[in-house]
Write a protein that binds this ligand. Sequence first.
Ligand SMILES: O=C(O)CCC(=O)C(=O)O
Ligand SMILES: [Fe+2]
Length: 215
Amino acid sequence: MSALFPRQRREVAPGAVHVPGWLDAEEQAALLAACRAWARPPAGLETVVLPSGGVMSVRSVSLGWTWQPYRYVRVTRDGTPVKPFPDWLGTIGRRAVAEAYGAGPGPDFAPDLALVNFYDDRARMGLHQDRYEAGDEPVVSLSLGDTCVFRLGNTETRTRPWTDVELESGDLFVFGGPSRFAFHGVPKTYPGTGPAELGLRGRLNVTIRVSGLAA
Ligand SMILES: O=C(O)CCC(=O)C(=O)O
Ligand SMILES: [Fe+2]
């Protein structure tokens, strides 16, 4: 669908860059196929239960490391090793950082961790900071399927000020530098808005990260 007003690349906050339509239809289809393969057990799609008893509405699969409240580990909840982080995802991560910040990525931008989140029509993600990585390398986010509202807040509080950005299928969002530890979340998705030809019901988000943890 071509928008009447093409969506523009935008620095939403210092270090937080939104690049609409960064993945073409073919790249989106390939990433979706990979996500479907990763989602299969063992070490497939899982539901994260918080110590409070709260159940996250998003289901997720991890590559390289998995997050269990509140740290990264190598073994999933089903007791099997986390699937490996593939080199090609690291290549996409480096391309993404170059795209977002202009300058080539530092040779040291070596992602080793990805979290794939699946949102059904009712799933949301509360405002949080990505702060379990041991370092401050940028987080690269890729979206597939339904459009969502991505809320980028500030680094100090879980409250306003924040900026709401609509992330569509194929969009790239990178947050690093002064925005690396900004609170962020997904208050809603718009069911049924993904590209029909992709064939995904719901929304997938893939974040590519540097764990900073010893292999
Ligand atoms: O789904 C998104 O766009 C954000 C996901 C996220 O914040 C996370 O996985 O930590
Ligand atoms: Fe996050």
